[in-house]
Design a protein around this ligand. Structure first.
Ligand code: B12
Length: 146
């Protein structure tokens, strides 16, 4: 069964290259990808997840304001009754914090997984297979059907 993922760049961030690569990689791996593009609000992510009955929401942020942009996001998803897997990735902070520190900040905000800017799209795809409990056969089937 094809799994739907919503993808976008949150807040006022206009960096588009990363999500374009992710969109293509996820599509090639058989996911149904709803790419909301850049400068996407929390409400637009939530609305798209509801309308498309998405299993996962993938948030990208490059410009260093992700923490502010993601405040209250998981509370909004919960208010909307959306039980989705959430990932965030990109260049998530400005300054000298270690990635362990950055990861724990975003886990505390409610994200299931946090990825840095060195992430290969295949890592996110492998994580989605695990978190959405796609078996190898289903993943292969999704690719055949795409
Ligand atoms: C190109 C670029 C721009 C272009 C963007 C053009 C466009 N429309 O995309 C322009 C010139 C417009 C720009 C503007 C700005 N930029 Co800029 N930009 C870059 C640059 C050089 C490359 C980004 C890029 O395309 N990388 C290539 C793609 C393939 O990689 P990626 O985006 O990292 O995505 C990959 C991974 O991060 C990961 N990933 C990303 N998101 C997600 C999400 C999930 C869920 C997962 C799993 C993985 C994942 O997978 C992707 C594919 O492999 C980076 C520096 C750099 N080398 O990264 C700075 C950089 C991101 N920019 C930066 C800044 C500060 C800005 C500005 C604020 C500058 C300013 N003062 O105006 C503005 C912000 C404007 C805005 N509103 O967004 C900083 C951010 C600092 C920080 N976070 O600490 C950087 C890091 C430069 C720097 N070293 O200071 N920028």
């Amino acid at each position: 069964m094809t799994k739907t993922v919503v993808l976008g760049v949150i807040g006022s961030d206009a960096h588009v290259v990363g999500i374009t690569i992710l969109e293509q990689a996820l599509g090639a791996a058989g996911f149904d990808v709803i790419n909301l593009g850049v400068q996407t609000s929390q409400e637009e992510f939530a609305e798209a997840a509801r309308v498309h009955e998405a299993e996962a929401v993938l948030v990208s942020s490059l410009y260093g304001h992700a923490e502010q942009d993601c405040q209250g996001f998981h509370e909004l998803l919960a208010e909307e009754g959306l039980d989705v897997v959430t990932y965030i990735g990109g260049n998530l902070a400005v300054g000298q914090d270690t990635f362990d520190g950055i990861r724990s900040t975003f886990e505390d905000l409610g994200f299931d997984r946090v990825f840095d800017s060195e992430t290969d799209p295949e890592e996110a795809i492998a994580a989605l297979h695990r978190d959405l409990q796609l078996t190898t056969t289903e993943a292969e089937q999704a690719t055949v059907n795409s």
